[in-house]
Structures are given as C-alpha cells and as structure tokens.
Design a protein around this ligand. Structure first.
Ligand SMILES: Cc1ncc(COP(=O)(O)O)c(C=O)c1O
Length: 389
C-alpha cells in the first residue's frame, strides 16, 4: 500500500522478508553475498542485475535505511556512510574536481569547516563564505568554477536559520548544486529538496539514532549525483556497517514521536531561559524573538531540540554554570534522549580561530543545549539551580 504518511513510511518500509518470514527486519551481518554460477556473478558485477554483491557496495540493512530516508526526504536515491563526516567528505570528493569552488555559509559544523579550510585546498578546491544573516552577499561570491552552494539550517551551534527557498533560487539561477546538511532538523521537521536542494546530508549519529549509540551518515538526492557518490564510495570504502544501519532503521520507526516530544521540551526550556535574569540571549527557531522566526515557521514543522544561549558574565560564568549542572550530561554529542549541555568555544569549535568563532556568533559564554526526553520539569530544575550562582 502506498502512503505519504511519515510514520507509516518509517515503520512499514522494510527489506524483503527471508524464508523465515520474520516480522522485524533481521540483521544481515555478512561481508559478501554468494552467486548462483559464473554467469550470475558476471551479470551482477556488470550491473545487468541489481543485487547485493559485497557490503561495501550495498547490504539489505543499509538499503532499507537509505530507502526510508529517501522516502522521508522526497529523494530519488541515496548512499549510507559510517559517519556524518564521511557523508560530507565523500559528497564533495565525488562531485568536485581540482580547481572547483564552493560557496558555503560561514556558520557550519567545525569538522566541515576543517574539511573546507585544511583538506580540500590540498586538491585546489577553495571555499568562499557568506554570512548566514546576509544571503544578499551570496551571488557576488559565485565564480565560473563554483559548483556547490552549501549550508546547514538550523546551524550548529548557534541555531541560525537560512531561507532554503532563497538558496534554492540562487542555486538554480547560477546552475550550481545546492547541498544542505539537514542534521539539526531531521527529515521529520524539514525537507530541503522541496525548496530546491539537489542533495541532503545527515549525520544519523544525532537525532536519527536519537539514543547516543551508533555513528552513521547518509546523502540523498538526485539519482545521477548519487550515482557519482556511490561509485566514489564503492571504491574508497566509507560504507555504513550493516549493524549500525539496522539500529538506525529501527530508530527511524520512532523518529516522529521522539521529535514531537524533543521539540515540545526544547520550546519549554527556551521559554524558561528567556525569562531568566542571568541569561543574556536565547536562540531557538520557534521563539518569536529568534531573528529568523518567520523563515523557521515557513520551512520547519517544529523548532528542533537545540537551544543556544549565553550566560551573563562571559567565559567564567559559562564554566561555573557547566560545573554546577547535575542531571544533564556534559558531552559533545547531541540529539540523544539524554539532555546534553556543551560549550562550543572550548569543544566542537575549538579548532576555529577566535575571530572565526566570533564571526559565526560563538562567543566565549555561548552554551548549546540539546534537549532530551527526560521529564522537562527536571531538566528545567537542573538548569535553574545551575544558574543560581
Ligand atoms: C551539522 C552536523 N553535520 C555533520 C556532523 C558530523 O557527524 P558525525 O559526527 O556523525 O560524523 C555533525 C556532528 O555533530 C553535525 O552537527
């Protein structure tokens, strides 16, 4: 039965049942698959037959996971990776040639920034950056050799929102690819392909797993682009393991209910912080005070689970606040059932220079909270006592 309904797709998209007629998808922990005979083997390798050959190429567990994400994002095809960063790297490495150019938002995940500044220049691929609050500056950065326009929305860690429709129009006008890292929103809250993205990347390690267990990544989008990414990955080996794919596919079954609760809790935390006298600034996409509130409302179903805020008193006050936290975890991950509090300036974005950090709104006192699924009154009570210094 075909359906457009997210929850049904998440639960009922399933790889073909084996002869045991299992109800839940089994785990296909196998590196390779067998052939009937020499002709079967030849036809499979020449791709006359679509079938599993070797788990670096495809595996029933990874295929099920990819198929679900494709349906959720409205994408034609996809490929699953061992981590979000291998999805980011392989996407760029597969599609770009020496001398190509990227135009990227300045506020991007720290390791992606590292890839653009330290590694891609080794292959003569340069990146120009635009301010997320000034999309008018993008067109002037586009050169004849520009191939990709890249952004995250909401951004990590400052939860800025970029107008995806606007980015889609710019990419189309200049005939360049729009690639969006949709990690903070997940396919439940936002579908960048609807706004003109050619490819969508996820770190599945975050809300897609949602329970802080496994690493994973995925790129989905236009079939011809995914074919290039697949061929690159088939040869270079960043494939997602079948075990992690099995975990992630199961996790997707509960993504919608988890996200509803994550977002409800995050909004309550944001509203609490906004009223607290020891807080300078709170950013959450669905707070009316967020500078891009209207855009967030237009392109996102709910506001996500990440709240960024600044404690009054700068670095020392920020440290004091973190040291007083009792229930929430101090950890570098996000999108877990457990609420996680981090200090981006000294952790995820510590490799950026101070000037680069300030340019993307990461002040010394900025705290990022990934709101979990505990009873939110306990989370708020913990934050409240930690703010009483
Ligand atoms: C927006 C964003 N993209 C990519 C990544 C990288 O994902 P992974 O840690 O799975 O490699 C992260 C990780 O925090 C992220 O937040």
């Amino acid at each position: 039965m075909s359906t457009e309904n997210f929850e049904t797709i998440a639960i009922r998209t399933q790889s073909e049942r084996s002869q045991f007629l299992e109800h839940s998808t089994p785990l296909y922990l196998t590196s390779s698959f067998v052939f009937e005979d020499a002709e079967d083997m030849r036809a499979s390798f020449s791709e006359e037959k679509q079938r599993n050959i070797y788990s670096r190429f495809t595996n029933p567990n990874t295929s099920e996971f990819v198929e679900k994400i494709c349906k959720m994002e409205g994408a034609e095809a996809g490929y699953a990776f061992a981590t979000g960063m291998s999805a980011v790297f392989s996407t760029f490495a597969a599609l770009l040639n020496a001398g190509d150019h990227i135009v990227s938002a300045r506020s991007i995940f720290g390791s992606t920034h590292g890839l653009f500044t330290k590694f891609l220049p080794k292959w003569n691929i340069e990146t120009s950056y635009f301010d997320v609050n000034n999309l008018d500056s993008i067109e002037a950065l586009i050169q004849p050799q520009t191939k990709i326009l890249y952004a995250e929305s909401p951004t990590n860690p400052a939860v800025d929102i970029l107008d995806l429709d606007r980015l889609g129009q710019i990419a189309k006008k200049h005939n360049i690819l729009l690639v969006i890292d949709n990690c903070f929103a997940t396919p439940y809250l936002q579908n960048p392909i609807k706004f003109g993205a050619d490819l969508v990347i996820h770190s599945a390690t975050k809300l897609i797993d949602g329970q802080g267990r496994v690493l994973g990544g995925v790129t989905v989008g236009k079939a011809d682009l995914i074919r290039e990414i697949y061929l690159f990955s088939r040869n270079t080996g960043p494939a997602l393991s079948p075990f992690n794919a099995w975990v992630l596919s199961k996790s997707l079954e509960t993504l919608a209910v988890r996200l509803e609760k994550h977002c409800e809790n995050a909004l309550k935390v944001a509203e609490f912080l906004e009223k607290h006298p020891n807080i300078n600034l709170v950013k959450y996409p669905f707070l009316k005070s967020h500078p891009q509130y209207d855009i967030a409302k237009k392109q996102m179903k709910l506001g996500g689970n990440v709240v960024a805020f600044e404690v009054k008193g700068g670095l020392e006050a920020g440290r004091e606040f973190l040291n007083r936290i009792v229930l929430c975890s101090l950890s570098a991950n996000l999108g877990d059932t457990r609420t996680i509090v981090t200090h981006p300036a000294s952790t995820t974005h510590s490799k950026l220079t101070e000037a680069d950090r300030l340019e993307v709104g990461i002040t010394d006192g900025l705290v990022r909270i990934s709101v979990g699924l505990e009873n939110v009154t306990d989370v708020i009570a913990d934050l409240n006592q930690a703010l009483e210094y």
